[in-house]
Design a protein around this ligand. Sequence first.
Ligand SMILES: Cc1cc2nc3c(=O)[nH]c(=O)nc-3n(C[C@H](O)[C@H](O)[C@H](O)COP(=O)(O)OP(=O)(O)OC[C@H]3O[C@@H](n4cnc5c(N)ncnc54)[C@H](O)[C@@H]3O)c2cc1C
Length: 473
Amino acid sequence: MTTSAESSAGIFDELTAALGEKGVLTGDAIAERYCTDWTGDYSRRPLAVLRPADTEGVATAVRLCARAGLAIIPQGGHTGLVGGGTADGPDQVVLSLDRMNRIRAVDPIGMSMTVEAGCILESVKAAAEEQDCFFPLSLGAQGSCQIGGNISTNAGGLNVLRYGMMRDLLLGIEVVLHDGSVFSDLRALRKNNTGPDLKQIFVGSEGTLGIVTAATLKLFARPRWIETLWLSTDSIEAMMEVYGRFRREGGEFLSAFELIPQNCVDLALELSPETPSPDPGRHPIHGLVEISASGGPDPGPWLEEMVAALFDSGLVKNGILAQNAAQAQSLWRIRELMVEAQQKRGLHLRTDVSVPVNAIAPFVREVTAVLDNVLPGLTVLAYGHIGDGNVHVNALRPAGMDAAAFKPLIAGLTQDVNAVIDRFGGSISAEHGIGVAKRAALAARLPEEQRLLLAGLKRLFDPQGLLAPGRIW
Ligand SMILES: Cc1cc2nc3c(=O)[nH]c(=O)nc-3n(C[C@H](O)[C@H](O)[C@H](O)COP(=O)(O)OP(=O)(O)OC[C@H]3O[C@@H](n4cnc5c(N)ncnc54)[C@H](O)[C@@H]3O)c2cc1C
């Protein structure tokens, strides 16, 4: 077995013979996009980028890399936010799924579709819609992230409260294992109680147990009525009351409920001043709500009554019911812009945590107070998916503090957030995964029994330790 960059040169000739010229990039042929993730925080040139065109190609690549002792970092759309999809050490190759982007089948009667792992989420949603069906996973990065990445991170997003996370949307999977063998179970079975469900082991495992090459996904009826509302309240407690009313009385109509504080709206409008402000009164807390229905009566009349009751109760101070698709889109655009605007501000604190839904309000108050106290002048942005108890507690640098001065403070600030999370019985990673960024924080919290089980799983699925080393475990 060889282990260094120099002695692995011969392996790339073999890989090129197997995968073709387009299938192996080395040296200057490696484009920057394979080296850096969306955040720009994680960047390194791998020894090579492998781009197999099919499952057999992935299997061959894994076999040859295993023989040469090269570690493989699977890479999707590199929109993951925890440093999982880029190389971070010597003797690592990136295995990109970007050429494996075929929709294999859409079944509008069994309500399922089978796609290759490199399909971009947006194109999967479009292919479902062509057959009058709906694939509900929905997130800001959907124009770039891939289904394989979504499975490997158990992606969540905007519609989890109605349809669940990626884990809940998966019927079947195809995975290349550490020795190049293929675990294939792409059956669209709704019921299959034949022991433990192995496909679920790969969900959220961030490439550490195998490389996902294809998946069979659940489809749903396409929403026929979609109503989008912007509601403004005086406090986060009031917004939680409003959420509870929608949850209890709106039932299955409720498909998204986003928590957006006014300072996030300010950021969005700073980036795009031509976007109309949804609440000129600048109430402190807003909710972006989506109600949708696939069949049966239009929920419009119920919604109007509901909103009127919320105004009468005094909980809601201002509201907009989008009158058309363009207005709905401009409300959702604010949600996207506020994320882009943070990115534009450069280095900032970024977290993805969850607490029980009924603890969101006290959690946000406490974590904001802690951060304000530790570093006065921070702009704390606490927004997220209310129905999932998922809050992104981010913070912009104090005015005048440059990135170099802020960088060493990030680890401590993250620990401060995590300490509050622990007090509320929450999770340090709600939907982005562990990657390299949260590895130490996870290790510090894993109960011993769980650590032993996970270590055993890793040894079983990756005895050489060459699949995405340094992630999660
Ligand atoms: C603007 C923005 C908004 C976002 N919003 C959300 C959100 O609402 N909800 C949410 O959950 N996430 C969100 N994310 C995070 C990110 O989009 C998701 O984690 C997404 O699932 C990552 O997919 P990807 O294809 O980009 O994976 P990558 O970033 O390329 O990889 C992520 C991890 O999966 C592994 N991996 C990738 N492909 C495979 C494969 N085929 N087989 C095995 N392992 C693989 C990688 O090694 C890495 O560890 C957002 C990101 C951005 C930039």
